[in-house]
Write a protein that binds this ligand. Structure first.
Ligand code: ATP
Ligand code: MG
Length: 582
């Protein structure tokens, strides 16, 4: 099974958006339209072969998810296949840890490459042969300019470059020098192999680009076999060619590299995929460059690649995102040719939409104050029925323990309430969810005037939360039984950056000045329903009235640790309404 979805509850990206609810057929995006047209004209003999080609130099992020859902999605929808290929041509920055995390993340997102797992480094021999072929054709030469000189000779956008003094070496000399480069006779950076195209070309990428450089470095897969490594622009097109990719889908910044890929493949007479460029994903309050994410990790500004504030797939997973939420988001944003920035509120909207359907409800108190029910018999307790998910009747009910001493949210009580505060106050009756009506009779304070406990009475006739006499209350509060509840640590997250565009900085500063000092708040004195002690890492819940939470990997039965995934309030609907009015 290749290019297909596992656990496919919400099919990603076939162009008809189930989330819009309107039921109308949506137009295919421009990439899918090209694939559909090619099938129509039989351009590729009925084949659809795409690939996702990460460089294993960091963890995947939500931007990569867009590319993954596009490539694997197209393969699944058009009966083709999608390769997972590691573009591992730079030994200095690449590691097995990254390879492992990337495969885990693509699989977690719900995609399957079947047997089509490839490594660019597996083609090093083939690339070398192709390079020799170009030398023999008089289309490549060994150049002795230093990196700095090469840059100087290259010219600028407005000035043409200059020919290298080594440009006219004979084929024999080039073949000899290139072989000796491979054998390790020359030090790092002393020579390169360059394509012989046109040093005055209007497109800088065409000005005799470097194909190979000398780097005496261990590669995580090929060890010390090679001391020359292919440059990205030389390697990338060849990898697509060797695998006979039909549609080589990449981001816009590669548009002006396409003529170079075309040149290489045409000169070699090699198989030639079609390259299609689309706009990369940018998100507000988020940095997406791997270099910047690596800096956050290395400088200890976050706890690691999977810090729940990171936009990495592993961070989002630990935060409590579901694969379906991410896939739905990628489908919603669509694919186009113009760079833009997506509001993070849309990502959160897609998340809530999925979690609302799938998360069991539980009660938890994050900022507790004790409540004593004076007329409830001491030592007694009972179990009340609570609904697991009102959006999903098949989720059933559970038992929640109730007893004389409870915790409620400190914010749900006010001694001196203003007119619009309807929750608990002295003399006022409210409903405890699934339990009873209670009335506050007394407030106990410490020497500093801080409230330490509340006393209430309950009405036994209201068991389950309804008064037989039809009497009403204006508020329903969540609660936990003090004796039964588990004490938990809850981690509350906010955006990692304070600015919509974290790269908006003064001269001389870098993006880290925009880090949000309040992006993590740890509460250690929270209380949760005892059922949560059995939950496993990554299990997701809705804490009633508070938001969606997920069990962290630091959690244990003795000490549950929960991450707040996202609050309940959806800001996206509001933003959208505002946009429609304009
Ligand atoms: P770097 O930031 O180091 O240049 P990259 O983010 O481009 O790297 P790659 O490993 O080369 O990382 O990316 C793999 C694939 O994911 C590429 O095909 C790339 O086009 C795509 N991709 C990367 N970032 C985004 C993004 N923000 N939106 C959509 N696709 C992306
Ligand atoms: Mg890249």
């Amino acid at each position: 099974m290749t290019g297909t979805m596992e656990n496919d509850k919400n099919t990603a990206g076939n162009g008809s958006d189930a989330n819009d609810g309107a039921g109308e057929e949506r137009k295919l995006d421009f990439v899918r339209q090209i694939v559909a047209d090619d099938l129509q004209t039989d351009k590729w003999g009925g084949r659809v072969v795409t690939r996702f080609p990460p460089e294993p130099n960091g963890y995947l992020h939500i931007g990569h998810a867009k590319s993954i859902c596009l490539n694997f999605g197209i393969a699944a929808e058009f009966g083709g296949r999608c390769h997972l290929r590691f573009d591992d041509t730079n030994p200095a920055k690449e590691e097995q840890e990254y390879v492992d995390s990337i495969t885990e993340d693509v699989r977690w997102l719900g995609w399957d490459w079947g047997e089509h797992l490839y490594f660019g480094s597996d083609y090093f021999d083939k690339m070398y042969e192709y390079a020799v072929q170009l030398i023999e054709q008089g289309k490549a030469y060994v150049c002795d300019l230093t990196a700095e000189q090469t840059r100087e000779y290259r010219g600028t956008l407005t000035e043409p470059g200059k020919d290298s003094p080594y440009r006219d070496r004979s084929v024999e000399e080039n073949l000899d020098l290139f072989e000796r480069m491979r054998k390790g006779e020359f030090p790092d950076g002393s020579r390169t192999l360059r394509a012989k195209i046109d040093t005055a070309h209007a497109n800088l990428n065409m000005r005799d680009p470097v194909m190979y450089r000398i780097v005496h470095a261990e590669h995580h897969r090929t060890g010390d076999k090679w001391c020359i490594y292919p440059m990205y622009d030389w390697a990338h097109g060849l990898e697509d060619s060797v695998e006979e990719i039909t549609h080589s889908i990449c981001t816009l910044e590669f548009e002006n590299h396409r003529p170079l890929y075309d040149w290489f493949l045409d000169e070699l007479g090699a198989y030639h995929p079609q390259q299609i460029e689309f706009a990369r994903l940018n998100l507000t309050y988020t940095v997406m460059s791997k270099r910047k994410l690596l800096k956050l990790v290395q400088d200890g500004l976050v706890s690691g690649w999977d810090d729940p504030r990171m936009p990495t797939i592993s961070g989002l997973r630990r935060r409590g995102f579901s694969p379906a939420a991410i896939r739905n988001f990628c489908q919603r944003i669509g694919v186009n040719k113009f760079n833009s920035t997506v509001d993070i509120a849309l990502l959160e909207h897609c998340l809530r939409e999925d979690l609302n359907k799938t998360s069991p409800r539980v009660m938890a108190v994050l900022n507790p104050i004790k409540v004593i029910i004076d007329n409830y018999p001491e030592g007694q307790s009972e179990e009340l029925d609570a609904i697991n998910n009102p959006e999903d009747p098949s989720a059933g009910t559970r038992k929640v323990p109730f007893s004389r001493e409870l915790y409620i949210e400190r914010d749900d009580f006010m001694e001196d309430p203003p007119r619009k505060f309807f929750r608990l106050a002295p003399g006022r009756e409210v409903r405890l969810r699934y339990a009873y009506f209670v009335t506050c009779t007394d407030v106990v304070k410490d020497d500093n005037g801080e409230i330490v406990e509340l006393h209430c009475t309950y009405d036994p006739a209201t068991r389950g939360g309804d008064a037989p006499d039809g009497r009403r209350v204006k508020a329903t509060l969540h609660w936990v039984s003090a004796q039964h509840a588990a004490q938990a640590e809850v981690r509350l997250y906010d955006n990692l950056f304070t600015k919509e565009n974290p790269d908006d900085v003064e001269e001389g500063q870098d993006f880290t000045v925009n880090l949000n000092p309040n992006s993590l708040e740890v509460r250690t004195n929270c209380f949760v329903e005892p059922s949560l002690c059995e939950a496993k890492p990554l299990d997701r819940f809705q804490f009633e009235r508070l938001g969606y939470f997920c069990v962290d990997r630091d959690s244990s039965a003795e000490k549950p640790v929960m991450n707040r995934t996202v609050g309940l309030r959806d800001t996206w609907a509001k933003i959208q309404k505002g946009q429609k009015k304009r």
